[in-house]
Design a protein around this ligand. Structure first.
Ligand code: CP
Length: 321
């Protein structure tokens, strides 16, 4: 595997899920695979889970993880080509990437969407430069449009907890005070479409996700109707994807607290599990009662971030040989 952005990068999904099970059961079984190998974890943005789970996954495989916080540990980096670098950015990605690559075998990159330039965000301009100039395997640790390590962990969690062979999974938009990227819902939609689940998306009008990720999945604008009979409720906020009106890209179109997942919402489900990628704003996205209930999977879901990251790194290490 040379890049990890999309579900297809894993090859056969059922085989990858089987491998994830083995990784979870015996995390230290491949300790020699990463011997004398280094993974560089490059963060342009904050992180708790991705930062820690990626390091833990690398250590389980015997690899040396190095974390680089751009602009804090390093110089501020210019990411656009052809600009006069007379501002506060001291180094260009064009030099920084090959230098970083010379020190490692695999690179993971977190680089969020600008939410101001839809074209650049959806072309993944920063991650594309890492692929082009590093000549090393590259993992998206949440880039402009995708968060595959999260979506893989989400699917692993659903597989572990499902009681039906084909559970109903509902992705529900929920309110948030800040404009957030679409990477998590994009990847969740992509991965649910590839999995054996009945998948429904619900959000206020104007929040339609890009068809590249929705791929014809059912969209139900009536949230309670969407949640009826659900086995898993996956709550997430996202800003306007700008599909029908690019001028609204990245904007907050609604803060309707009626969309907050509370006990009344969960009551119409089939005793569903609650999921969220974290970090979560309590009593904005989800009520205290729901996130603190026995049906909340947010902690096992976060714990599975080690499993998804380790499975991906293992596959990359095997392909390095
Ligand atoms: N879910 C997730 O990616 O968490 P962090 O932003 O803390 O890494």
């Amino acid at each position: 595997m040379k890049t990890f952005f999309h579900v297809q990068d894993l090859g056969d999904l059922n085989s990858a899920l089987e491998m994830a099970k083995q990784v979870k059961a015996t995390p230290f079984a491949w300790k020699s695979l990463g011997e004398n190998k280094t993974i560089m974890l490059v963060f342009f943005n904050s992180s708790l889970r991705t930062r820690l789970s990626s390091q833990k996954a690398a250590l389980n495989l015997g690899m040396n993880p190095i974390v680089l916080n751009i602009g804090q540990d390093s110089w501020k980096l210019e990411t656009e080509m052809g600009v006069v670098m007379d501002g506060d950015k001291s180094e260009h990605l064009r030099e920084a990437i090959p230098v970083i690559a010379s020190y490692c075998d695999i690179i993971g990159v977190r680089s969020f969407a600008s939410l101001t330039d839809r074209k650049a965000d959806y072309e993944e301009t920063v991650l594309s430069q890492f692929i082009e100039y590093s000549h090393k395997p590259v993992i998206s640790l949440e880039s402009s449009t995708v968060h595959p390590c999260q979506a893989f962990a989400d699917l692993i969690t659903i597989e572990e907890y499902k009681k039906k062979s084909r559970p109903k999974v509902v992705l529900s938009w929920a309110p948030h005070p800040k404009a957030l990227p679409q990477a998590v819902p994009n990847s969740f939609a992509e991965w649910m479409n590839a999995a054996d689940v009945e998948f429904v998306i619900t959000h206020p009008r104007g929040y339609e996700l890009d068809e590249k990720f929705v791929r014809g999945a059912k969209v139900e604008y009536d949230q309670l109707k969407a949640l009826e009979g659900a086995d898993f409720v996956y709550a997430k906020n996202w800003s306007c994807p700008g599909v029908s009106d690019p001028s609204k890209y990245g904007q907050i179109l609604s803060k309707d607290m009626g969309w907050t997942i509370d006990e009344a919402h969960m009551a119409v489900t089939d005793n569903a599990y609650f999921m969220h990628c974290l970090p979560v704003r309590r009593n904005m996205i989800v009520s205290d009662a729901v996130i603190d209930s026995e049906r909340s999977l947010v902690i096992p879901e976060a714990a599975n971030r080690v499993v998804s990251a380790q499975t991906v790194m293992k596959m990359m290490l095997e392909d390095l040989k």
